[in-house]
Design a protein around this ligand. Structure first.
Ligand code: WT7
Length: 677
């Protein structure tokens, strides 16, 4: 089945439709200091000036050799940006700041335990630590340009240090979200062909020190079974010199990084002069099949795009204190905690723990203590913070000039609380819509130029030209008032280059649907299918409604329903599994799981627990369904297809519609009866 096929459970169908909101305007103080105040930027980045407009972003970087071709489309839709250019991302994020910022904080690390001191890592120190780690990776682990390495690290400074060390060598890093299970890490180790795994022994989460090393054991064992040998596991210690994990080290395979580093003190590693189009990293994300996709991001294009958008949308100046609360294990952290802010010489905050630990005021104390003035988070966190402490922000003396929301649609009521209480009515908000695949923002307001509108992401970014097609491929113009499939007409530098090792899936998933000519070398023939439904307002602002495919956005994290279903299917008693999205006050969407057991097995509490455990071990705690319903049978069409639409309606307490054409209509009432209890 091609992935472009629209499935019956469309999130857009159950998406809430909010009333049109009025505009909010930036303050004169904000405009006076903003990096981008010239409305002509939209003309400079018009389609007529594409692709040369992106020179403006490339020129924010330091190149060893300047590129000679801005966009090479000869292998469309695998586009190459800034061809002929030579560049190193680590150099751009670290070395080039030493001349005027060596004594400035690059990373503020805030441990979860409040009694632990905040660590302030200067650019000079970052330079030293990145170089020593690069030397270790090269000389001890034998890693070289083009190799892939899997990182499974929590939110600690060792994560960006490791990423930048890889980038220095031209080693392609693939960071797996720390909350994912060992098995999930194994799948990514195998797919990327990594023979080195870099992890940490433990980290703090919700007040407890978690054993993280145990996941490495599972990952390495599973990867070996699946044909990928990991010969070295490099383990950072949460507390150098101290054992914080009960999981034993394996002789000749596992090494403590901080012990090894002693051999590399003072070593400096010349950055590799990478081709602009060489891959910088892989970031796995969920699709409509069970197998996660390794989104391959390039070096020059990605770095140019995240640097430009960090400067003009995040409005980061070197003197700002910028805190993006996302996890670096997701694309937001790669683009907007590490690469974009550091390329601009900013001070970026890394917080280890959960936003509400030990209480509802934690985030605002961090903001106050570090004097954070740019804040970046997701609707799910905003909703949670509002729920536990609606009046907390006012108790702390911090002032944000700028705030971001990202990851899922934000309800106007939540937006307004964010603006009034968190932003104290002073901060501007950007609602940035984008994806793992896109590397950086697709739609957002430029904060000093365009007013905000709660519930709308805003217009396309400069140089990003969205278009909405209906299912027949007809364009839905601005003001049409109908939702359609939002695509991007043109390539852009931050766009991923391909799916690692699977070009065909890349083409099928993102381009086949609206491609005008599969042999074309002209970018105009390759609109990019985002997989979201959207409406285009008469004012040119886009309102994003949600996914059109089998992807559920839980707390701004993408989970493929097939991925969840396959995890449940690892329980031998399970015959069939179907996952549907349910609206949730805090998390946006949560999965409900319907299970049919094999003949001879009965529903029981143990069975439910067994399936729940499988979700955690196969994927991680974020994959836990809200509810597991063990049903006698699934509602099915006469051809035997599970009707997820009907299950979704039941879970969301909506009308199931006409079910008389099903093969087993009576089951619907039965399941409704179960669900109403
Ligand atoms: C999906 C991408 C972007 C980095 C974090 C998530 C949804 C993202 C918004 C927004 C409405 C949004 C879309 C998109 N999404 N930002 N501002 N408003 N929806 O990256 O895990 O690749 O998920 O998140 O549905 O397709 P991701």
């Amino acid at each position: 089945m091609a992935e472009k096929e629209v499935v019956e459970t469309s999130e857009a169908q159950i998406a809430v439709h909010w009333a049109e909101e009025g505009y909010y305007y930036p303050s004169p103080q904000f405009i006076a200091q903003a990096n981008m105040t010239d409305p002509a930027v939209y003309d400079r980045f018009s389609l007529d000036n594409f692709p040369n407009c992106f020179k403006e972003y490339a020129d924010l970087l330091t190149w060893y050799e300047y590129w000679d071709e801005i966009l090479d489309t000869s292998d469309a839709p695998c586009f190459k940006w800034f061809k002929g250019g030579k560049i190193n991302a680590s150099y751009n994020c670290v070395d080039r700041h030493l001349a005027d910022k060596k004594n400035k904080t690059a990373l503020h690390f805030v441990p979860e335990l409040e009694e632990e001191k905040i660590e302030h890592i200067t650019y000079q120190e970052l330079y030293v630590r990145v170089n020593e780690m690069a030397a270790l990776l090269r000389d001890f682990a034998g890693l070289k340009r083009g190799d892939r390495v899997t990182l499974h690290l929590p939110m600690v400074p060792e994560l960006p240090i490791t990423m930048l060390a890889c980038a220095r060598l031209g080693v392609i890093h693939s960071q797996v979200f720390g909350g994912f299970s060992g098995k999930a890490a194994a799948d990514r180790i195998v797919d990327s062909g990594s023979r080195v795994l870099i992890t940490m022994d433990s980290y703090y989460r919700g007040g407890g020190l978690l054993d993280h090393k145990e996941k490495a054991e599972i990952a390495v064992a599973q990867a070996a079974k699946d044909g990928q040998a990991v010969d070295k596991v490099l383990v950072w210690q949460r507390y150098p010199g101290k054992a914080s994990s009960p999981t034993p080290m394996v002789d000749g395979r596992d090494y403590f990084v901080n012990d090894l580093l002693k051999d590399y003190y003072g070593v400096r590693v010349e950055p590799e002069k990478m081709n602009a189009e060489d891959p910088l990293f892989l970031m796995y994300t969920s699709g409509t099949t069970g197998k996660p996709k390794g989104c391959q991001h390039g070096t020059g294009g990605f770095l140019a795009y995240v640097t430009g958008t960090s400067k003009y949308v995040q409005d980061i100046h070197p003197e700002d204190v910028y805190w993006c609360m996302a996890d670096i294990g997701w694309i937001t952290g790669h683009s907007y905690i590490v690469y974009g802010p550091l390329a601009l010489g900013a001070s970026s905050v890394i917080y280890e723990g959960i936003p509400t630990y030990p209480d509802a005021g934690r985030c605002w104390r961090i903001a106050q203590d570090l004097d954070v003035n740019i804040f970046h988070t997701a609707p799910t966190a905003i909703r949670a913070l509002r729920k536990v402490g609606p009046d907390e922000p006012a108790k702390y003396n911090y002032h944000f000039k700028h705030m971001t929301t990202v990851g899922e649609p934000i309800e106007p009521a939540v937006w307004k609380w964010y603006h009034k209480e968190v932003g104290k009515g002073e901060a501007i908000i950007v609602d940035t819509w984008w994806q793992t695949e896109t590397g950086g923002f697709l739609c957002s307001t430029l904060p000093a130029i365009k007013p905000m509108k709660p519930g709308s992401a805003g217009p396309g970014m400069p140089g990003i030209h969205p278009i909405i097609f209906d299912d027949e491929g007809k364009e839905l113009p601005a003001g049409a008032g109908i939702a359609g499939n939002i695509c991007i007409q043109n390539p852009w530098p931050g766009m991923f280059q391909t799916i690692w090792g699977d070009r065909q899936r890349f083409v099928d998933t993102y381009f086949a649907r609206y491609c005008k000519d599969p042999n074309s070398k002209d970018w105009r023939d390759w609109p990019y299918l985002t997989g979201d439904a959207a409406v285009h307002g008469p004012d040119g602002y886009y309102r994003i409604l949600g996914r059109i495919d089998d992807v559920i956005n839980v707390s701004g994290h993408r989970l493929g329903t097939k991925e969840l279903e396959s995890a449940a299917m690892t329980v031998p008693e399970v015959a069939e599994a179907a996952v549907v999205p349910v609206a949730d006050d805090i998390k946006g969407k949560v999965p409900d799981m319907y299970i049919a057991l094999k003949p001879g097995f009965e529903a029981s509490e143990e069975m439910t627990k067994k399936i729940m455990t499988a979700m955690i071990t196969e994927i991680g705690p974020i994959a836990k369904p809200r509810k597991i319903w063990i049903v006698p049978d699934m509602p099915k069409t006469r051809s035997g297809k599970i009707m997820r639409r009907v299950l979704a309606a039941i879970s969301n307490k909506q009308d199931v519609g006409d079910v008389m054409t099903l093969a087993n209509p009576e089951i619907v009432e039965h399941i409704q009866g179960m669900a109403s209890k």
